[in-house]
Design a protein around this ligand. Structure first.
Ligand SMILES: C[S@@+](CC[C@H](N)C(=O)[O-])C[C@H]1O[C@@H](n2cnc3c(N)ncnc32)[C@H](O)[C@@H]1O
Length: 410
């Protein structure tokens, strides 16, 4: 293994290319068919306000938008798609965009040290989770990349050339990390997407991060030839027709969770077709977010890993790894792994209940404290009243005494 650096170039914003964007949109409208993204990722919405969409459509049972004819709108383009930074929230969320601090690294640190056969953690962090001097700053989403890279390569032969295809790779977060760690000679990374802004920025981002490497794109007229390009960007609707490769690993992270059933069915089937026998399928998705349908895994995919991870932000949020073994049936084995995962969810529920109880008892303690303060207030007013009563009594006694004196004088 080569490098232990996951980022070599300081993050800077990248401007979109409007002509390229329009070229991709036109191609999508003509050829995407059923692979056109679901409304939450389609042109109008463009992946923005995912949380709002989730609340309105999934939780409140609102009517899902339908994809409309697209009218290019300069203002909308400026606001949503005109620079890489405008897409960061849809891709990695506001938590993921945050800069790493000792506080937000805490939930990750034990987990990452536990799986870090690549030795990345020691390069970046001291034992307390402080970033080491001289390292380019990381975002929280990069901690997810350290996790993904470690998990994926724990099941792949690290000495061979690796052909990887990722569907829904965003701006190229993980592609950057793989190429940095293993080098462009060893890694051939194909980014397949259906969202015009992702197709545009992943190419621009990878070119920006690796100025000396050949990055190819369907939209530049580049051949889909991994001898020529270490990284290649291609839309989902042209991939199958042009692909001649069998891949060591197929990846989908936080992406199918925002698709429709027909997309998920299509991509799982695609992965099965293009992954090598004994190759790896790596999926990391929240299963109780926007997509709540069926995950129809082939019986010959052996599930070797299923775990809630520090990146999980909903309850049912597994990272799963499968090995394809043609001709076999893993129903029984996979049931066991699923059982272990359900036990993990049960533990998560127990912990959530405990946390709720702690919060409730903290609230009760707070109430008791405020009652105590009120009682103290009442006591001190009673004391005040007593003192005034005593004062009045003294006054009355004084008056009585003077009355007595006056009477005695008479
Ligand atoms: C939340 S982002 C995650 C990006 C990246 N995997 C990461 O974790 O940083 C979702 C990704 O899925 C892609 N996507 C959404 N709908 C898609 C679809 N129907 N087909 C292919 N990709 C899709 C988006 O363009 C984006 O790249």
């Amino acid at each position: 293994m080569g490098n232990k650096t996951i980022r070599q170039v300081k993050s800077n914003d990248i401007q979109g290319e409007k002509e390229l964007f329009l070229q991709i949109v036109t191609d999508m409208l003509e050829y995407a068919g059923v692979l056109r993204p679901a409304p939450n990722w389609d042109l109008d919405r463009g992946g923005q306000d995912g949380g709002e969409y989730f609340q309105e459509v999934v939780l409140d049972g609102g009517v899902a938008q339908v994809n409309t004819e697209y009218q290019f709108n300069e203002h909308h383009y400026e606001e949503h798609f005109s620079s890489l930074s405008r897409m960061m929230d849809p891709w990695v969320g506001c938590t993921g965009m945050g800069t790493v601090t000792p506080e937000n690294v805490r939930p990750y640190i034990d987990y990452l040290y536990g799986i870090d056969h690549l030795g990345l953690m020691n390069e970046y962090f001291d034992i307390d989770g402080n970033m080491k001097e001289g390292r380019l700053p990381l975002m929280v989403t990069d901690l997810g990349s350290i996790m993904d890279a470690n998990l994926i390569t724990s099941l792949l032969d690290g000495e061979q050339e690796l052909l990887i295809v990722e569907v829904g790779g965003g701006y190229g977060r993980l592609a950057e990390v793989f190429i940095n760690i293993f080098g462009p000679e060893r890694i051939k990374y194909v980014l397949v997407d259906a969202v015009p802004a992702s197709l545009m920025y992943s190419e621009l981002y990878m070119k920006d991060r690796f100025p000396d490497m050949n990055v190819g794109s369907y939209y530049r007229g580049d051949d889909f030839d991994l001898e020529k390009y270490s990284c290649y960007v291609i839309p989902a609707w042209h991939f199958e027709r042009l692909n001649k490769y069998q891949f060591d690993a197929c990846i989908n992270i936080q992406s199918m969770q925002e698709m429709s059933q027909n997309h998920v069915d299509y991509y799982l089937n695609l992965f099965d077709k293009v992954v090598k026998n004994e190759g790896l399928i790596y999926l990391s998705n929240e299963k109780d977010y926007v997509f709540r349908g069926t995950w129809d895994f082939p019986q010959h995919w052996q599930k070797v890993f299923q775990d809630r991870t520090p990146r999980s932000w909903t309850r049912h949020s597994p990272t799963e790894m499968f090995l394809k073994k043609s001709g076999e049936n893993f129903d029984r084995e996979n049931q066991l792994i699923e059982f272990m995962y359900q036990k993990q969810l049960h533990g998560y529920d127990v912990l959530a209940k405990l946390k709720e109880k702690v919060i409730q008892s903290e609230a009760v303690m707070g109430m008791l404290e405020s009652i105590k303060l009120q009682v103290q207030d009442v006591n001190s007013s009673v004391e005040g009243v007593n003192a005034s009563v005593e004062g009045v009594s003294a006054l009355v006694e004084g008056v009585n005494a003077s009355v007595l004196l006056k009477w005695k004088k008479h």
